[in-house]
Design a protein around this ligand. Structure first.
Ligand code: MTE
Length: 334
């Protein structure tokens, strides 16, 4: 994804398969003073982040999840595809608040304070307020949901999330008839989030959905992964997962949910509208201006075995969600 606004030459952070791309990225990070030793080919198998070991991570179970985890509903695997191992899911991350490299979030997010946590609900709804995380989660049974996850950078995973339906959450706050969109905001705390001391993105990170998208049963609020709480680097304590859209829509560490009449000013779509649309539905027929979206690297992948596969329309969820976009030209409104 873009690191600085509208820089045409900027490479994709995971696009490490060509020497030219690698060189461009290295130059860019050097220019930003960010080039470290772990950058080259670090993402999947070659570099273990210093401060984090997936094998040693026993899954800290915060108070707000203790009972819920025991009662969770086990899910099946509708993708029929092998799960991406936990050590990849938890060490190959995009969470620019903690750095630009894939290994930065796992290395830098471990001390993130997850309790107390609250979520402000406001805008066009009848039950606005600031809710503790426990209040947010209380009425919802947790379930395992195994989804394909496709990043706009053309890598993908199959992830067993743990969460509950966004639609069920939305209903509780009773959006008014004026609520046509929903906006989500990530925590802003530069003391805890070193990336927010840079201007790599406009902070805080904001994402949004049309109301009918938010009410779709596939849209998930996730609090866990692999049957345990979310590691901080995956967006603890509460994140969105929208499996038919590119991963950047799946905003992490949410502190605010706002119901709006007009489309939210989302981070990537406002920073680089020609590259990242508001809808961001996975679409192999619409290339990113700088790379193809027709295929993807399924992780775990290496330089020598990139594990390419064809990308599916709506990431394989077309039969469920294509109806939401009937009549819309998805080449134009991408
Ligand atoms: N949310 C915030 N707040 N900051 C981010 O940088 N990156 C997005 C999304 N949510 C991001 C974010 C992108 S580009 C992707 S691909 C996914 O998080 C990655 O999720 P994962 O690290 O759990 O795989």
């Amino acid at each position: 994804m873009l690191i600085h606004e509208r820089s045409a030459s900027e490479p994709l952070s995971s696009e490490l398969t060509s020497e030219t791309v690698y060189q461009q990225r290295r130059d860019l990070l050097k220019a930003a003073g960010l080039f470290g030793t772990a950058a080259f080919f670090s993402p999947v198998l070659l570099a273990a982040p210093a401060a984090y070991s997936p094998a040693a991570d026993r899954g800290n179970v915060p108070r707000y999840l203790r009972d819920k985890l025991r009662l969770r509903k086990a899910g099946n695997n509708p993708t029929g595809e092998p799960l991406t191992p936990f050590d990849v899911v938890s060490t190959y991350n995009n969470f620019y608040e903690f750095g630009l490299d894939k290994s930065d979030p796992a290395a830098n997010a471990q001390a993130m304070r997850l309790e107390p946590w609250s979520v402000r609900i406001d805008g066009e709804c009848r039950k606005p307020g600031t809710y503790t995380l426990e209040d947010v989660l209380k009425p919802h049974a947790l379930e395992d949901r195994i989804y394909r996850f496709r990043c706009v950078e053309a890598w993908s995973m199959v992830v067993p999330w743990l969460g509950f339906s966004l639609a069920d959450l939305v209903r509780r706050f009773e959006p008014t008839s004026k609520a046509r969109f929903i906006e989500f905001t990530t925590l802003q705390d530069p003391q805890q989030m070193p990336g927010q001391r840079t201007r790599n993105l406009r902070w805080p990170y904001v994402e949004g959905l049309r109301m009918d998208e938010a009410m779709h049963p596939l849209a998930l609020m996730a609090v866990g992964v692999y049957g345990r709480s979310l590691p901080p680097q995956n967006g603890a304590p509460l994140r969105l997962v929208v499996p038919w859209k590119y991963g950047f829509k799946s905003i992490k560490s949410i502190v605010r949910i706002r119901f709006t009449e007009t489309a939210p000013q989302t981070t990537w779509a406002t920073m680089a509208p020609e590259e990242y649309g508001f809808f961001a539905n996975v679409n192999p027929a619409v290339d990113h201006p700088r790379w193809t979206q027709a295929r993807e690297r399924r992780l775990p992948a290496t330089l020598f075995n990139p594990n390419w596969r064809d990308t599916l329309p709506f990431n394989g969820y077309a039969s469920e969600v294509a109806g939401l976009y009937r009549g819309l030209n998805l080449k134009r409104y991408f």
